[in-house]
Ligand binder design. Structure first.
Ligand code: GDG
Length: 737
């Protein structure tokens, strides 16, 4: 039975030291709640930093054993690591950068080193407690490298990752000196989850641009496996907020908490008084100064609301050692003071400001009493406060004003959406919220409630785990057909006992890696040795089958002992003979197609045309990755309309589109060759879409091998050209036979 191992920077429990006594309190945070059933079942374990630095080994032991009771395992960090990994790389590099505050991002080598070190410590702790084939779910930006470290050391694990903050656009991530390491770190996972489609899209774009991997829908194709990227908008414990809010509201006034009684008094002291609420950590991403300025403008513009409306602002202290946070605190203090100074009355303040946290009960009292929630982050991964406000509105009496920069805005489309940088618009949004017709407000609230009630925190966790488990099956087809030792042995055995062998090998991507300039991809001495050795084995016939033009192929291999099939089968050169055309040429069609391809070259910098006897090829490997893909789609569309009813066809290869005379492909050429040169062992290896013809046309007994992870009709898979070279070398040397 597989277990789930959860890893996050902080554990879902709090450890307090009172005098000499250690105390442990489970936290009621969303993540802990959502994962509770998985965490408590199956002996699962949660790994994280316990939040304290033990003063002695004995203290560490006490903490560890307290945590054990809660199925938690500590990763202890010393002060220096916390300063550089947590305050440093996590909160002074990644946090600002991922929230688009590039000016705050610090790039320090010592931060990076500590970050890598702590990620290694986390990975090691996971490895130490993971059984074979266990599932691991890693959380958030503090642990971006953990998936890759795990993958290298423990390929048997199924690894999921969820990012709780935004993933920024490529233009932002490219600034980071360690951008490749970060993306590669994440790609160690089988499944990577984001709150919104935008974040997933940004991630995929960075993967394509920085690492050049192919992506099909939301699957990233690596050499050995696929990485699945998906969207899981995190929810809240809806029922908990709903029932606590109902309970609080049903209490008679005298039974209510002191805070609630204060709120009641405030609301009742003037007829038709209104309350606006905001709750967030005091963080520069939350747009607190902008919100205050918008509220000030609102009061200036709509003075009739003076003494009739207050903004209750609960700001929870956060990262107080960091300079930017201290500056922000000063800025907020000054703004609150100036607004209260400008508009305040003896018995009324426009801004009621708390700089502390409150118990959950008071939070819900605030949610249920507030007429408007004004949540205006400049960037926010999700923003759970918005969802909690909606869930607490059991009588649907309240309006949500929400920043369009919060992930939650994607699901809460009925809220009044604002761009928090637009102060005037936000001020008007406050007015609209306060004057909204009750019917309209409750309709919007009901619609939002319906949505977030369904996709709550439990559903979120379930969906992620189900999808993570599903990746195992999705990877397995590829793994089952990978050339393993038994498969290798079988092929070697068939090879040894055969009297006559024909081996078809594709060239680019199969025997050689891809180069930006195709002419640079010529054979190297090692490759010549491998191929010569293969073709020199008695009764072997080596056939190189490629889409390449025959001149290039001739330059590279013309003097060798191999049979060459060029231009997808249009030309053949048998050992020691001249090139022979397999079909008469008609080149008139090129006059029509060439100008179209030229227009694509003009509009797609980096792309170019190659002319072959039977075909015209548009190459876009060197073009901008996204523009290239877009233009390729356009070209395919244009061509499929144009080529209708002509004796031409389109081949879509790797970063190439080829328009060629139809009835010619590698498969037909190879099967004709086999017909003329019968063999009792045949094998074909290729990496490209065009090699599928080869795999299909060969007899059932042939050994067909696909290079890469894409779906294929081939029987087996190898990972890359290096593996192909080794495989051929092994066949020839007779090793393992
Ligand atoms: C990160 C991402 C993403 C707040 N004050 C008090 C209090 N809270 C609770 C709220 C809410 C939580 O804290 C805050 O969650 P948010 O989602 O709003 O923001 P972050 O802490 O920045 O969280 C964020 C989230 O991860 C989840 O993926 O949504 O975008 O930045 O639950 O209720 N709770 C109590 N007293 C307080 O004073 N008890």
């Amino acid at each position: 039975m597989t277990r789930l191992i959860i890893a996050s920077n902080r554990l879902p429990v709090k450890i307090d030291k009172n005098e000499d006594e250690m105390q442990i309190t489970p936290s009621a945070g969303g993540l802990a709640t959502g994962l509770k059933s998985y965490h408590k079942a199956n002996n699962s374990v949660w790994i994280g930093w316990p939040g304290i630095i033990p003063e002695s080994d004995n203290e560490a032991r006490v903490v560890t054993s307290l945590l054990q009771q809660e199925q938690c395992l500590p990763v202890f960090l010393d002060e220096e690591l916390i300063a550089n990994y947590y305050d440093g790389f996590s909160n002074a590099t990644l946090w600002p950068l991922f929230h688009y505050f590039t000016e705050f991002a610090e790039f320090k080598e010592k931060y990076w080193k500590a970050y890598r070190k702590v990620n290694e410590l986390f990975a090691q702790a996971i490895i130490d407690s993971a059984g074979e084939n266990d599932q691991v779910w890693v959380h958030d930006y503090q642990l971006l490298l953990v998936p890759q470290i795990l993958r290298e050391k423990r390929p048997d694990l199924t690894i999921g990752f969820f990012l709780h903050i935004p993933f920024p656009s490529y233009e932002i991530i490219r600034i980071l000196p360690w951008r490749k390491e970060i993306i590669e770190g994440l790609l160690g996972a089988d499944l990577i989850g984001f709150h919104t489609y935008d974040y997933a899209r940004h991630f995929i774009s960075s993967v394509k641009r920085l690492l050049g991997h192919d992506v099909e829908f939301s699957q990233i194709k690596l050499e050995h496996r696929k990485v699945f990227v998906d969207v899981f908008p995190m929810g809240i414990d809806y029922k908990k907020f709903e029932s606590l809010a109902s309970e609080i509201q049903s209490k008679s006034i005298k039974d209510r908490s002191p805070v609630h009684q204060d709120i009641d008094r405030f609301l009742m002291s003037t007829p038709n008084r209104k309350l606006i609420l905001s709750i967030d950590r005091l963080d520069y991403t939350k747009g607190i100064p902008q919100r205050l300025k918008a509220f000030r403008l609102f009061l200036r513009k709509y003075p009739e609301y003076i003494e009739r409306v207050s903004l209750i602002m609960l700001t929870v202290p956060s990262r107080t050692d960091v300079e930017q946070y201290q500056n922000l605190k000063n800025e907020v203090d000054v703004l609150v003071g100036s607004i209260n100074g400008e508009f305040g009355r003896l018995n009324w303040n426009p801004v009621i400001y708390f700089y502390r946290s409150m118990p959950l009960e008071n939070l819900i009292e605030l949610y249920s009493s507030a007429d408007v929630a004004l949540l205006t982050p400049l960037r926010d991964g999700m923003n759970l406060v918005a969802k909690e406000y909606v869930a607490s509105k059991v009588k649907q009496k309240g309006v949500l004003v929400l920043s369009e920069m919060a992930g939650a805005s994607k699901e809460l489309g009925e809220a009044i959406a604002v761009n928090p940088n637009n102060i005037a618009d936000t001020a008007d949004a406050i007015y609209r919220a306060l004057t909204m017709d009750h019917e309209e407000g409750s309709k919007a609230m009901r619609a939002m409630q319906k949505r977030i009630r369904r996709y709550d925190i439990y559903k979120w966790a379930n969906e992620f785990i189900t999808s993570l488990s599903g990746t195992v099956d999705r990877q397995s087809d590829y793994h089952a057909r990978k050339v393993s030792l038994p498969i290798k042995n079988k092929i070697f055995k068939d090879f040894s006992k055969a009297d006559k062998r024909v081996i078809f090998l594709d060239y680019d991507g199969t025997l050689q890696r891809f180069y930006d300039n195709p002419q640079a991809a010529g054979p190297d001495p090692e490759l010549f040795t491998i191929l010569d050795n293969l073709s020199n084995v008695e009764n072997n016939c080596l056939v190189l089958v490629s889409g390449r033009d025959r001149e290039t192929f001739n330059n590279w291999f013309g003097d060798r002992n191999y049979t060459l099939i060029a231009e997808h089968g249009a030309w053949i050169k048998k050992t020691g003979r001249e090139w022979k055309e397999r079909k008469p040429i008609n080149s008139e069609w090129k006059g029509n197609i060439l100008p179209i391809l030229e227009s694509y070259v003009d509009r797609t910098p980096g792309s170019f045309i190659e002319e072959k006897t039977y075909s015209l090829v548009w190459h876009y490997r060197k073009a901008d990755i996204e523009l290239g893909a877009l233009r390729a789609l356009e070209l395919l569309h244009d061509m499929s309309n144009m080529l209708y009813n002509q004796d031409l066809e389109i081949l879509e290869g790797k970063k190439v589109i080829e328009i060629k005379v139809s009835g010619i492909n590698k498969g037909i050429a190879a099967s004709e060759f086999l017909h003329e040169n019968p063999a009792d062992f045949s094998m074909a290896i290729g990496d490209d879409w065009t090699d599928e013809f080869l795999f299909k046309e060969l007899p059932e007994s042939a050994h067909t091998i696909k290079v890469g992870t894409e779906n294929s009709v081939a029987k087996y898979y190898l990972t890359n050209y290096r593996e192909v070279r080794n495989f051929i070398t092994e066949i020839v040397s007779g090793k393992n036979r």
